[in-house]
Design a protein around this ligand. Sequence first.
Ligand code: UDP
Length: 456
Amino acid sequence: MEKTNGRRVILFPLPLQGCINPMIQLAKILHSRGFSITVIHTRFNAPKASSHPLFTFLQIPDGLSEAETRTRDVTLLITLLNQRCESPFRECLTKLFAESETEEEKQRTSCLIDDSNWLFTQSVAESFNLPRFVLCTYKFTFFLGHLLVPQLRREGFLPFPDSEAEDLVPVFPPLRKKDLSRIMRNSRQSELLDSYLQKILETTKRASGIIVMSCEELDRDSLAESNEVFTFPIFPIGPSHIHDVQASSSSLFEPDQSCIPWLDKRETRSVTYVSLGSIVTISESELLEIACGLSNTNLSFLWVVRPGSVHGRDWIESLPQGFIESLDEKGKIVKWAPQKEVLAHRAIGGFLTHNGWNSTVESICEGVPMISLPFAWDQMLNARFVSDVWRIGIHLEGRIERREIERAVRRLMLGSEGEGIRERINALRDEVRRSVQRGGSSSRYLDDLVDRILSF
Ligand code: UDP
């Protein structure tokens, strides 16, 4: 049994895999520091309470219909959740506090920690006199930068006249103009996006602090700039999954464990791991290009194709039968992988990724070089850091073509270029891992965060 400090922290993750994982990991870290944990969550994408028996889980209705839960439009999903969850969330907190019988017990709740995309939680928290921390699950450079988009538009920089321009976006390097044009193309009307971002900025400014799933070693410049925007402390506590707390899965899908014995039989650093995360969807022809590109390398690959991620198809049935039969020992396709375990496996030599922040950081922490295939939002910036700043990967520049994929995999896995990339990512891995060890920057920020929460 952990020693408790008599304080409770309430967490409210956004119901997306990339937000649930770091939030649950943060819960484990805070629990190891003596806090009791209450997780309020929506019915949609509810975390598996049975995997975390030491936490209290409270489900609130989210009002989403079956059809709405299947939408691929994340912006729409977040908008609906914001419209429909405010009252249930408020009621849940009211009930929670009412159940704490005495005033003394009521004060045991120290703070609320939730995602910046929840737009109503700051006001609700204020009405309960509850300090709120925002958990930033993006690279902090993106968090700061995306809040400046409305300003860029006001000042006439957006939209860019040339949507394929290679030069850098002012105030948002190393993002290129073509990257930001792509991010904007995927978002619905610009006024809606701007007012949404404005609201995030306004509510975040009223919070008590931001907890960042990054570290000084990865985000030094943007952290230094944060005091131009925010007056409260920022806590870059490092990648949550490498803190020394007991591992348990917060996966919404069942990971296919057969990946591990399959990897055990492969040579060291011989396999390319391919995954585009929990949200990205591709067309049938893109699926085929990736399949042919991987197969043409004649090197081994482990490929995650999420059911429902190929437009109009259930899974991989559109791939030619001959391809699936020819996979043989060389390739393995699964519906969901135990990704952190896979990346830590000695057989993995490269990661073809969409560069979601969790995947990017997980890859860095295991020293696995990347091939970047970003699709939207913060992925575009993370990929630029990987290829242009840290130089720990190869950028596909959006070309989902078999020849390009084959070439990138070969360059990374076989060439001397790959060796250089591997050396650089191993050095970065060591720095990031050192930051969470005693005396490291992330470890010190975590101590500060715990002190701050205890001070309320
Ligand atoms: N993940 C996993 N198995 C898979 C694919 C992804 O466990 O087969 C996990 C991965 O380890 C990461 C998360 O899902 O923690 C994806 O988050 P990320 O920020 O990379 O991308 P998103 O899904 O938000 O686009």
